[in-house]
Design a protein around this ligand. Sequence first.
Ligand code: ASP
Ligand code: MG
Length: 401
Amino acid sequence: MLIVQKFGGSSVADAARIKRVAGILAETRRAGHRVVAVLSAQGDTTDELIEKARELCPEPGGRELDALLCVGEQISVALMALTLESMGLAAVSLTGWQIGLSTDDRHGAARIRCIDTARLNRELEAGKIVLVCGFQGIDDAGDLTTLGRGGSDTSAVAIAAALHADRCQIYTDVEGVYTADPRRVPEARKLEAVGYDEMMELASLGSQVLHNRSVELARRCGVELEVCSSFVRAPGTLVTEPMERTALSGVAKDADIARVTVRGVPDRPGAVLELFQLLSRADVNVDLILQSGSPDGTGDLSFTLRSADAAKVQAILEEHRAALGLRSFALDPDAAKVSLVGAGLMDAPGMAVQMFRALAEAGINIRMIASSEIKLSVVVPRAEADKAVRAVHQRFFANES
Ligand code: ASP
Ligand code: MG
């Protein structure tokens, strides 16, 4: 088999951990498989490099920041190759450009175009364990690019797709994907398998196991992902397209949101457009939006955004409230979104009632509700988010396993 194994920053953080990962790679190779390992920068290296740049330049970015950040992953692959060689195994470290991983030229957020597999295949045929830098590529001008924070997952999936690998394993510091964050919900259970769609909801809602783009790419290319721990040898979670989607996958929390309520939105075409156009020009990403009409002809509007943008939105609304014809607005900077995720929500009408009952019994005030085919989200006060997750988890997952 040809196996792509990706190891995150915490898995290669120091010499002892590098040795442990080298052991996993050696074991896979000795079992007769061909191996490509995609590595992230050690521990907090990427953050530290950004910090170093900030000491010298107020807003580092673009080509030169990418040139700097690419170094982190290069350290990891070179150290791993040296480790494997010292164990008597043939290995080779390769950068993003050495494997012809070409991207567009959006520095810091580059998209992968294609991978030239010739070099990878040559090294694999020579029997080497191939160690590749995650997170980096090269653009048409020959400049280094990076894929965005957490991008090594996406590198691994892209390489697995290009090589038609039999497996793509994402090794991380948790044992798999859980029904809730196991650090906060002790009774959370590891999922054996989860669908791509559900995984994407869980990832974007703050479960943080996999980079969102990697799951989307995996689905599009039909790459099955296995999320497992580099510290505990146990079966992980398979991210795949199940034959039939059933049941519930988990409860996710995004504790980093703010909520805006606007009263008296004028009752005329374009009123909402003008408001959101202002926000979009200021690069504010709006998530949930609810609008309702009032009997007097005006409407009320609520929406959520990232807390980091709260001050910016406050200033925009203060400046433009009168011109937009809005009666008043209020901003709640300390909100959180708690979501129940699962394809089972689609054909089980009682789920919403059960979720609201769980929250009511826990004494939690719901400030906003939104639903889609496979998720049901509520906005609650941030201070109560963990309690809300536990209450919902208890209601839907307590009697399983
Ligand atoms: N080292 C990069 C980061 O910290 C990429 C990654 O870890 O996936 O964002
Ligand atoms: Mg990292």
